[in-house]
Design a binder for this molecule. Structure first.
Ligand code: COA
Length: 334
């Protein structure tokens, strides 16, 4: 994806929302199902607990809950949305898109709907895509949702991965405004040669859903943790620098850095390299890694807690499977 054009229309986030399932699973709870400990998980990841959705909740249910909160925050009705994007790696099903299910649930009958797949970077990619569609005038009001039911796609017998993820959803409403900056120039990149370091190898056309595949547990997320860690730190740090340069800003101009909540060590390492430790937003202790949902959930929390107020700049940075990465700077205009 190339750098965004300097918008014909300036686009702002006019509302945010989040939904976290009620069921909290602590590290101590995980000690009962895999050979792990609260001490190991917390010291390696900064995670204490995560939310796990009910069996009767699919990703679109989590997404619709977050969407309703964001629409109320924006003060608009669902029929005003003309673009609805869901970023997810845990869709309700292969097709139709999770976005179409959300449309039906929230009554966004005038929206064009599609899913966007960029793993944990998905919400940032969707934000950029929606911004550009609004900026060039093809739509007026967009709803961008990051939603994941990760618990369905992780192997609860694999301690290397099952402790790291949680379920949830976050949403943002975007519209052209009279603001001076809004969602600014983003920088994005991908490296498909590293796909095998973080993926779900089974269930698609490459490795279909057969009994043999299921016996090999290839329907679940697999990860080379150490390699992912190194690439995530390097790439997110560089993305922050590139986004600052693309917008002719310095780190001093940013009120709050909101990174994908992969784990606390990654976030702290980025903060330390950029000398902005005290301005890094971190909530991974409560929710673990909710993949594409993490960024919009964090934005919603940063705004509702008053950490971001009107006129502040926040820098969003993400990294995920693919590999995919990106960063965007947003002036809070509400
Ligand atoms: N509980 C206890 N021990 C565990 C464990 C768990 N939940 N998970 C792994 N271990 C063990 C390993 O089996 C290994 O044991 P061994 O030395 O006997 O083989 C040992 O702990 C060390 O594993 P290692 O992979 O070296 O740990 P680490 O310090 O690299 O931390 C991660 C592991 C996964 C926390 C770390 O690599 C990481 O954060 N990676 C990035 C993950 C991520 O953010 N992915 C999503 C990106 S969007």
């Amino acid at each position: 994806m190339s750098k965004s054009p300097n918008s014909l229309r300036i686009v702002s986030i006019i509302g945010t929302g989040a939904y976290l399932p009620e069921n909290t699973v602590t590290n101590r709870d995980l000690e009962k199902i895999v050979d792990t400990s609260d001490e190991w998980i917390y010291s390696r990841t900064g995670m204490r607990e995560r939310r796990i959705a009910r069996d009767d909740q699919a990703t679109s249910d989590l997404a619709a809950e977050a969407a309703q909160v964001a629409l109320a925050d924006a003060g608009i009705g669902s029929e005003e949305i003309d673009l609805l994007i869901v970023a997810t790696l845990s869709p309700d099903m292969f097709f139709p898109s999770t976005a179409c299910f959300v449309q039906e649930k929230i009554g966004a009958k005038n929206a064009c709907c599609y899913d966007l797949g960029a793993a944990c970077s998905g919400s940032l990619y969707a934000l950029e895509t929606a911004k550009n569609q609004i900026a060039c005038g093809s739509v007026n009001t967009a709803l961008v949702i990051g939603a994941e039911k990760m618990s369905t796609f992780i192997d609860w017998k694999d301690r290397n991965t099952c402790v790291l993820f949680g379920d949830g959803a976050g949403a943002m409403v975007l519209r052209a405004t009279g603001a001076e900056r809004g969602v600014m120039n983003g920088v994005f990149g991908s490296d498909g040669s590293l796909a095998r370091l973080l993926w779900t190898p089974g269930g698609g056309s490459r490795n279909p859903m057969t009994h043999d595949m299921l016996d090999r547990n290839e329907q679940y997320l697999k990860m080379e943790g150490r390699d992912v860690y190194k690439h995530a730190v390097t790439q997110m740090t560089q993305s922050v620098r590139d986004a600052l340069a693309a917008n002719h800003l310095s780190a001093d101009d940013i009120k709050c850095f909101i990174p994908h909540q992969a784990n606390a060590r990654i976030v702290n390492a980025i903060g330390s390299r950029l000398h902005v430790e005290d301005r890094m937003f971190l909530n991974v202790e409560k929710y673990a890694n909710t993949s594409a949902a993490a960024l919009p959930i964090a934005i919603d929390e940063a705004v509702r807690s008053g950490r971001i107020v009107k006129g502040d700049l926040m820098l969003l940075v993400a990294f995920g499977g693919g590999f995919t990465w990106g960063a965007d700077i947003v002036e809070w205009t509400k």
